[in-house]
Design a protein around this ligand. Sequence first.
Ligand SMILES: Cc1ncc(COP(=O)(O)O)c(C=O)c1O
Length: 391
Amino acid sequence: MRPAMLDRIPEFPFHRLRALLDGVVPPADADPLALSIGEPRHPPPPMIARVLEDQAGLWNRYPPIDGTPEFRRAVAGWLRRRYGLDAVDEDSHVLCSAGSRESLYLAAALAVSEFEGGPEPLALIPNPHYHVYAGAAVMAGAEPRFLPATEDTGFLPDLSALDAETLERTVIAYLCTPANPQGAVAGLDYLAAWVRLARDHGFLLAVDECYAEIYCGRPPPGALQAAAPGFENVLAFHSLSKRSSAAGLRSGFVAGDAALAAKFKHLRSYGGASLPMPVMAASAALWGDEDHVEQNRVLYRAKFDLAADMLDGRYGFYRPAGGFFLWLRVGDGEAAARRLWGEAGLRVMPGAYMAAEDGGLNPGAPYIRLALVDDTDTLGEALNRLVKVLR
Ligand SMILES: Cc1ncc(COP(=O)(O)O)c(C=O)c1O
């Protein structure tokens, strides 16, 4: 009997964490603190509620699968301002998406349908990575090929290590910048090298940029800058979940190659989730506003300052170029997660659950991932507890 494809997908990281901590009892006198999940806890901008109320007359409408013209115009305007992408056209380059996860998942099916990878198509996936890429690849019938994205490679995959046979079979390469969990940011030259590779070998370069607006120094470049003006072979995936602390809105977009966007629209009209009209109106307002995004960044910067004060010199601490995670080298990430929960009521994600075992080695195993999503005081309390337990 053919093995079930779903059985080849690792358990969801949060289920694995629950199983790991099952039976471990946190101290009765320590309020549990969860740094395990990348769910922003800054207050969402009040404009969301305002627009949803104003547009409440639209809940009875079936929304267009690719987004309203107003939504796509707002996104295209943001892409022009943020990345200087004068060539972007709201009608041919932009589609809405129910958060970025949905379309990152469907991107593998699009790639398997559109590109020649032979009978055993490959999906290139950084390791560690956001777990959805691997699940998407398997369910689309592509074999995941994990590319080390470790300290040795600057936490991004080394594309010069790819051989001809691998490139021949590749239908999609996922990249994430700023990367979850490592926080590495891909430079423009690096992105341009991937774009060339995707075009030379005929595969989809799917670049997850959902953390693009969370950074401490310079704004991370985008894959579409490297692919302009035509964007051939490239799709970038964005979201309001992190930028606007609005994960519950389920609002994102895909932008890039016009031919692929048209095919993606076709695919999404079967399997994609549409965004309710009032949600699209609120999203358009959010993409048009930068004040709340800058305020958000100020809050994250303060937390990275605090973490640097408290952790510098320990656990391989480094200040990531983007995103809102700490990726700390603690020896055995699973053991540390159990101790932190049992001794301090602190929930963290073992790095092993953010990576795949490859060649008998899991590159995430020595790490834990901390999401800096709470307020500064709560983070200070959490880090105090962490250093007491993991001296
Ligand atoms: C790297 C990465 N990509 C995509 C997503 C999906 O986010 P959303 O669907 O809310 O945009 C997440 C969520 O945590 C993520 O960490």
